[in-house]
Design a binder for this molecule. Structure first.
Ligand SMILES: C[S@@+](CC[C@H](N)C(=O)[O-])C[C@H]1O[C@@H](n2cnc3c(N)ncnc32)[C@H](O)[C@@H]1O
Length: 321
């Protein structure tokens, strides 16, 4: 399971591809049809997400990074030096770079489902921070947040930026955060980025960037299914649709069929009617109080919250009750 490199450790729990076939068929048999957002992230999907983060419309990345920069001393005081820093859904580990020199963690554990991308990013990080003890874990964090490396001594802090928590239904978010609370244990903490409720126009623009990266990211789900299992989606027959559903407090992303047609997935014929959608992602938005209440249900105690001056985004620190 462990393949040691000179400068970092890589643990592979093989979260795919069996899960992909099973979950794709299950999702497409539902009414309405849906697919899990975790399947966006093959290597191409991870790169497309990075491009989305650079667009003018996608405010969360730049806003959260600035919140960290503007409050770095206070944040580091909450995290404490010498911890074991675990980042589920680490992606390009860009934001943790803002923390590393000041926090001087005992070890950093990026966790991600996107294997090749995680490997490359862990490699880059350990070259950039040669003193850092990096233990990268390829896993599906919805089913496994086991730590393959558990040194005795350092307290554990989970870092979960990017408002990835918004991809869970609130009940699932409580379940996931309960697993994180167990993983960090008493004396541990959680630094988590959460997108705030706001003007619909800002939200709608953020998920419909003019350069078309979000559209490509959404459609890449079908491209990667065609590549990784036996399927024949024609991406030109689907439209990218994303909008804020105010009643449910979430941005919804869909792929909407432009015509009546059928697709073959592993010898199963899946019918699509014109206008029928595959629901590909939710991104729940929370007020500060709503999120603190949700985290309390998972065993977390609110210590501090930082926001930007326009109140677009929030960064919370919790410890375990
Ligand atoms: C929205 S991006 C956030 C990336 C980064 N943390 C940031 O703040 O910019 C979500 C990240 O979580 C990873 N991811 C999504 N679902 C996952 C799952 N079920 N298990 C592990 N990683 C997952 C993706 O590969 C991606 O890198």
């Amino acid at each position: 399971m462990l393949s040691a490199k000179i400068d970092f450790n890589f643990y592979d729990y093989h979260p795919e591809p069996d899960d992909l076939t099973k979950e794709v068929l299950e999702g497409l048999s539902k009414s309405p049809k849906s697919l899990s957002p975790k399947f966006f992230y093959d290597e191409k999907g991870s790169h497309l997400f990075d491009e989305i983060c650079k667009t003018e419309e996608y405010y969360p990345t730049v806003t959260e990074t600035n919140i960290i920069r503007d409050n770095i001393n206070e944040i580091v005081a909450y995290i404490g030096n010498g911890c074991m820093l675990v980042e589920p859904g680490s992606g390009n580990s860009r934001k943790v770079r803002e923390l590393l020199d000041a926090v001087q963690p005992h070890a950093y554990m990026p966790m991600d489902i996107s294997r090749a991308y995680l490997h490359k990013e862990a490699d880059k990080l350990s070259c950039e921070f040669p003193w850092l003890n990096v233990h990268a874990v390829c896993t599906d964090f919805t089913s496994n947040v086991e730590l393959p490396y558990k040194p005795k001594g350092p307290h554990r802090v989970a870092f979960f930026p990017g408002s990835s928590i918004g991809n869970f239904h609130p009940n699932e978010a409580i379940e996931f955060l309960s697993n994180i609370a167990n993983m960090v244990g008493k004396g541990g903490g959680l630094l988590i980025g959460v997108d705030l409720k706001k003007n619909n126009a800002i939200l709608n623009a953020a998920y419909n960037d003019r350069q078309g990266y979000t559209e490509a990211f959404n459609k890449n789900l079908l491209v990667r299914i065609n590549q990784d299992i036996n399927a024949n989606f024609d991406t030109d027959l689907f439209n990218h649709v994303a909008y804020y559903n105010e009643e449910k407090g979430r941005v919804e992303m869909h792929l909407v069929s432009q015509s009546d047609h059928s697709v073959i997935v592993e010898e199963n014929e899946i019918q699509f009617a014109e206008g029928e959608s595959i629901h590909t992602e939710n991104s729940y938005k929370y007020s500060i109080n709503e999120f603190q209440d949700l985290a309390a249900c998972a065993g977390f105690n609110a210590k501090k919250v930082w926001t930007d001056k326009n109140e677009l985004f929030s960064l919370h620190y919790f410890d375990v009750i």
